[in-house]
Design a binder for this molecule. Structure first.
Ligand code: TXA
Ligand code: MG
Length: 354
């Protein structure tokens, strides 16, 4: 096992000596985890097939699920993509740097392994000075999936990265907790109308106000397993964001949800299971479980997004057998939260009604 180096960095003004060490690791084909505004990413030179292969191996990620390629200037998009439609230019102008990933037809310079053999590529420019400095100093675009083991909740701190990948990667840049907490929105621009493949940091409503037409892919809003065409939607079939505990999501009107969560808690506790409840500020006092945690207020879904992955990891650390989670409204960042909760539960969803 190799030693993973950890460096503390200033999130606003990253120390250039440290960025240079990290960039040298990337230039030599190594793997460096770094913060973005959404979650921590695990970076490798996107144009070096060996480095990208090592990236898949470190994460134990299936080779058919391509990573997002991160850039720090817009010219790179014209090198990596075969066509940049006018809609893309509008979105780039409006949302980059930021939590919006765009899917383009890819150019010849991109190695097959970086895009899992597809003819498309996912690109974004992150809004984080450490990420931007690292990409710039490395002198190449960075393939960077979330820096967790495949299937585990995405990391929002450097500690989460080390929990999963210590000894499997060369270095991690620790700039404290990330700001948004869920991953970027993935928008496919190779179809008309553009389609959201993964809800994320830029809400659907916001994209709708800019684009005349935009659709949500059925999987992005699914409340059960849906068959997907691999060529269009790689990775959607894989289990994601999952804690070790069995998880159940309860959806419906709040009053009915609280009643159902309490009922399920009681059921599992009588069977001697250690039960965790994922509640909200408005409901947290209603439950008697072994561990009760709050995502934050229902009126601030951006807090739920920020807290979600950390809380799932905390339940695991406390050794609960079952997590019973309240659903939240699917608006704004709530759509991304619900998408992650449903996937994490393996679509074990209970609809509560009076
Ligand atoms: O916020 C984020 O997006 C984070 C940070 C690190 O930037 N990254 C991230 O990467 O979440 P990852 O690899 O964990 O998720 C990438 C998603 C996957 O769902 C993958 O299937 C999809 O993007 N994707 C990548 N290339 C694609 C392509 N060519 N067509 C369709 N989907 C693609
Ligand atoms: Mg991921």
């Amino acid at each position: 096992m190799k030693q993973t180096l950890t460096f503390k960095v200033n999130p606003q003004k990253p120390e250039m000596e440290i960025i240079q060490i990290a960039a040298n690791i990337i230039k030599n084909g190594g793997l460096v985890a770094f913060p973005t505004e959404t979650v921590y990413g695990l970076g490798a030179n996107a144009l070096n097939p060996k480095a990208v292969k090592a990236l898949f191996r470190a994460k134990k990620r299936p080779l058919d699920n391509p990573p997002i390629v991160h850039v720090e200037n817009i010219q790179e998009v014209y090198r990596l993509a075969k066509e940049v439609p006018p809609k893309a230019e509008i979105l780039i102008e409006k949302f980059w740097p930021g939590p919006l990933t765009l899917i383009f037809k890819r150019s010849e310079i991109v190695p097959d392994i970086t895009v899992s053999g597809l003819d498309t590529i996912a690109i974004r420019m992150p809004r984080h000075n450490v990420a931007l400095a690292l990409i710039k100093e490395s002198g190449c675009p960075l393939a960077a999936p979330s820096a967790n083991l495949a299937g585990r909740p995405s990391p929002t701190t450097a500690q989460h990265v080390l929990e999963d990948l210590n000894g499997r990667i060369d270095a991690v840049l620790d700039a404290g907790p990330t700001n948004i907490g869920v991953e970027s929105t993935v928008l496919d621009l190779t179809v008309d109308p553009p389609q959201i493949l993964r809800p994320g940091g830029v809400p659907y409503e916001v994209l709708k106000s800019i684009l005349e037409r935009v659709e949500l892919h059925p999987v992005a809003v699914a409340d059960m397993k849906v068959h997907v065409d691999r060529a269009r939607s790689p990775g959607m079939k894989h289990r994601h964001y999952a804690p070790k505990a069995r998880m159940i999501v309860v959806e419906g009107d709040l009053e009915a949800v609280v009643k159902k969560v309490a009922e399920l808690t009681d059921y599992y506790r009588r069977r001697k299971a250690k039960v965790g409840v994922l509640a909200t500020d408005e409901t947290v006092a209603s439950y008697e479980a072994d561990v009760v945690k709050s995502l934050g207020s229902r009126s601030r879904l951006e807090d739920a997004a920020k807290n979600l992955f950390r809380l799932l990891r905390e339940f695991d650390a406390e050794g609960v057998d079952v997590i019973i989670a309240e659903g939240v409204p699917s608006k704004g960042l709530g759509l991304a939260v619900m998408n992650r909760l449903r996937k994490a539960s393996g679509y074990r969803i209970v609809k509560a009604s009076d």
